[in-house]
Design a protein around this ligand. Sequence first.
Ligand SMILES: NC(=O)c1ccc[n+]([C@@H]2O[C@H](COP(=O)([O-])OP(=O)(O)OC[C@H]3O[C@@H](n4cnc5c(N)ncnc54)[C@H](OP(=O)(O)O)[C@@H]3O)[C@@H](O)[C@H]2O)c1
Length: 270
Amino acid sequence: MAPQITIGNGLLLLGCGKMGSALLKGWLDSGVAPGAVWVIEPHPSDWLQASGVHLNEGVPEQAGIAILAVKPQMMRAALPGLAALGNGSTLFISIAAGTTIATLESVLGAQTPIVRVMPNTPAMVGRGISGLVGNAHTSAGQIAQARQLMQAVGEVVEMEHEGQIDAVTAVSGSGPAYVFHLIEALAAAGEAEGLSPDIAMQLARATVTGSGELAHRSSDSAGQLRINVTSPGGTTAAALAVLMEPETGFPALLRRAVKAAADRGRELGK
Ligand SMILES: NC(=O)c1ccc[n+]([C@@H]2O[C@H](COP(=O)([O-])OP(=O)(O)OC[C@H]3O[C@@H](n4cnc5c(N)ncnc54)[C@H](OP(=O)(O)O)[C@@H]3O)[C@@H](O)[C@H]2O)c1
């Protein structure tokens, strides 16, 4: 069970789209009182309007925590409205990809406690994973608060320094898209071997989600789970000989894909 969430003087959520809604739902489900939450969102969903939070009532004079969940390109326009909470005791938590702590400090004030977080979309089903890192002004207690908030939608790992956020983005932030593409590619390969498109997709989707669940529940390593389903000289071994080929298989391909994502993250952060 996720630990109890402590939000002190109320929680402000800026932007309540896909990720903001997933987070807010996790917090409310974990026992955060709707009356302690202020949300600013130009196009509130029906669910948000019925949630009981303070919706579009402006920025409260005080807030224990402010969560920034707008798109990175909206950040510069949205941040100045919150600057009054900067340089004080309000903990800012940003989930925006590519928006650096230095950028946030430049608008909110250099003394502002800031935690930068990279979540991922399985947060929508409570199975996300987030990497987080705080700036020099965050206390251990504030890092613990950020952890609690993100644990409402999944697992949390802490980075040693902000430079590692681009690698987190490239592995787990963007990673769900790689897995969805694996489903597409596996289904297409099944079609090429004579299956109907519907059956091929059903097989591919259930195989990826079922294997994910097995990996989640099992205490075996991923390597051991692979070995467990690979008989020497069998069909799985034949496929793995292709997939594990050092130059053309998964390892080299994913190394290139993850590097491309990390490089792009570094570029966006400039
Ligand atoms: N989705 C992911 O997988 C994922 C993963 C990691 C990190 N993130 C980060 O999470 C953040 C949110 O992503 P998302 O997918 O949830 O995007 P989203 O669905 O577009 O949500 C952003 C919301 O913020 C609203 N907004 C825009 N300007 C605003 C303002 N000035 N004040 C308050 N709200 C404003 C938008 O309203 P309008 O629609 O009217 O513009 C929208 O509802 C991004 O920074 C992204 O980098 C997302």
